[in-house]
Design a protein around this ligand. Structure first.
Ligand code: HEM
Ligand SMILES: N[C@@H](CC(=O)c1ccccc1NC=O)C(=O)O
Length: 282
């Protein structure tokens, strides 16, 4: 054997003429043929731009898969199983947020050379991102209009809009545990965003001031706070990456750009879980 060369063991599989291989199992021919730059001549950095988005969308697909399971587990009072799903989602969020560092290597000058080729395409048209926001409770029926040209995406979003969020399901679980969750929350119109409820803060205060009596609920509350923290970190990294790459330009999706994105940082999924911090020990 030549030096610094590993012998291929005799038992290594090499004939995949009639059995599944790594490539066929992962449909790699389709996946790796899906990066189709539009810049002409092709700009070197468009590959980064495309793969950054496609990897984000794959992680969003897994996040949705796990969020749907979390919602189901909460509805069935399986709190521990639901929290296992949330634990996985938190790791997905960390990957999504960490990978901003790759895109941040795209300089304003490089991006400006192919930005014009993107037309009106924008992440604002990410139906998976919108579905994640809906499942966490940031419902906004107005978002559906963007997807008129994609009936399958629009109907998936309409269905997700009409379903309870994981917060709705968590509050229903608390009610089944005997907590006096306000009726207006249990009977709310789930196609609308959750609105802050002062009574709910007092309910969470009971849990936070006696964790030993409500340990699994206390832990679940903190997991949901992590989910929101992580989501906001992604939004923040997006705003800052946008700022460093296009400055204060208007967006290809028609928004004012950074200012519009910054306003999403003011949105909240679980407001009472943050408000209770002020009350504890008062
Ligand atoms: C050069 C990099 C990027 C720039 C300059 C950029 C810019 C923008 C801007 C200006 C918007 C506001 C809508 C518009 O007018 O277009 C937006 C929205 C959005 N972008 Fe990006 N973006 C970049 C990368 C990404 C990446 C990698 C993702 C990953 C999926 C992404 C996902 C989104 C999402 C989900 C929205 C909607 C956010 C919301 O509704 O608050 N963007 N982006
Ligand atoms: N809205 C971005 C364009 C952009 O970033 C983009 C374009 C096509 C596909 C995904 C994108 N990412 C996020 O918006 C911009 O204004 O430059």
């Amino acid at each position: 054997m030549p030096k610094n060369t590993r012998k291929i063991e005799s038992g290594i599989e090499t004939d995949f003429s009639d059995k599944m291989s790594y490539g066929s199992y992962l449909a790699l021919d389709t996946l790796l043929a899906s990066q189709q730059p539009v810049s002409k001549p092709e700009h070197h950095d468009e590959m980064l731009f495309i793969i950054q988005h496609q990897t984000s969308e794959l992680w969003l697909k897994l996040m949705l898969h796990e969020l749907r399971a979390v919602r189901r587990q909460l509805a069935q009072d399986n709190l521990r199983a639901a929290m296992k799903g949330v634990a996985r989602i938190k790791h997905i969020q960390r990957s999504l947020t960490e990978q901003w560092s790759v895109l941040a290597t795209l300089t304003p000058s490089e991006y400006a050379q192919f930005r014009g080729d993107l037309g009106s395409a924008s992440g604002f048209q990410s139906y998976q991102y919108r579905a994640v926001e809906f499942m966490l409770g940031n419902k906004n029926a107005g978002m559906l209009k963007v997807f008129e040209a994609n009936p399958a995406a629009q109907s998936m979003l309409a269905e997700t809009l009409a379903q309870s969020s994981i917060y709705d399901e968590f509050l229903a679980l608390l009610a089944r545990r005997g907590f006096a969750v306000p009726a207006e929350l249990l009977e709310r119109d789930v196609t609308k965003a959750h609105v802050f409820n002062a009574e709910l803060v007092q309910l969470f205060r009971v849990v936070y001031e006696a964790p030993d009596e409500h340990w699994d609920l206390y832990e679940a509350c903190e997991e949901l706070v992590d989910l929101e923290d992580n989501f906001q970190l992604w939004r923040f990294r997006h705003v800052h990456t946008v700022k460093r790459i296009i400055g204060m330009k208007t967006g290809t999706g028609g928004s004012s750009g950074v200012g519009f994105l910054q306003r999403a940082l003011e949105l909240t999924f679980f407001p009472e879980l943050f408000a209770v911090r002020t009350e504890i020990g008062q």
